[in-house]
Design a protein around this ligand. Sequence first.
Ligand SMILES: [Mg+2]
Length: 398
Amino acid sequence: MTPVPDPASAQRRIIHVDMDAFYASVEQRDDPALRGVPLAVGGSRERGVVAAASYEARRFGVHSAMPAVTARRRCPDLVFVRPRFDVYKAVSQQVHAILARYTPLIQPLSLDEAYLDVTAPLLDRGSATAIAAEIRAAIRAETGLTASAGVSYNKFLAKLASNHRKPDGLFVITPRMGPGFVEGLPVGRFHGIGPKTAARMNALGIHTGLDLRAQSRAFLTEHFGKAGDYLYGVARGVDERPVKADRVRKSVGAETTFARDLLRWEEVAPALAPVFAQVWQACTRGGHTGRTVTVKYADFQQVTRSRSGTAPATQTALEQTSLDLLRPLFPPRLGVRLLGVTLSSLDAGPDRDAGQLACRVFREEHHDDDDEDQHGTDREGPRHRRCPHLTRFRIATP
Ligand SMILES: [Mg+2]
């Protein structure tokens, strides 16, 4: 079988920009004493977790989502600093402003990563590669930080490309290279395949991209449901998902932050009562219905969990689903300082296709990946002011 990239997708020009060891690099930028030392951003206490590790720390095997105890065992000289999310958010906005010079089609994945579609750029530099190079130079000049960039003809390959020459790298995967690039890749390295799915694939004898390509579409759909089509495509270097600049705005959401960290499960439902009320009120007022419930939970980093129903959520379902999604996160390793609830997949119409569903499955999986950094970090970017029981409210519709 000779996989041939779809001609339409071969014409797109996609860039994935990913800041290098983002939280840790910001800390090293702002405090010269931290430069060159193995650094972990996160809680150092007994139950603490590493949110991000500097490259010096990674050489010792320290990585994000690792318990602080393990990290310290691997690297006794590891220096811990508390995260400063306000600063990370500000830098993220600075980077976003740089990206926005080139295209309005920007899809952030987290505070430190985004896809750009530069097929029809605002500033043409002759090639997507030239734009990526200019973006990296601007990020370095204006933030003092390095970013890696991947350039390709779809999102899947652009993300693989940015990771290929990390840190401070630029890599291009051309349509000719695409199918071959995924052949030797372990399935666990595929974006959208989390550790659980990877284990299931391995059990089925699927270890690499080449193994995945040997499977029929029917087989993949049977075993991996809606994600089957996505997997069938990416195994061939084909990924038709568009860069969706407006994705996160098709939702109604509210969140609350706590002056005193929340520790007990019993506190959750009362704390969320005003949040539920606001989300539901806005839905009623705007005539919205939605099928996807997303909860946001933050201790030192943000975690989101989503679940979609087949029918629009009722008020009771919204509340019950939110609590069901949060329950497994308790007791928390650290105190919880923020909780949020969002209803999306609003006014689901006939345009909801399998592609969108696959995309959602894929995003949920992503939360379980041990990614570069930003483990389990919220896609929309956190809001981090700490105010006593301040409930923030946001409504955005297409
Ligand atoms: Mg990164």
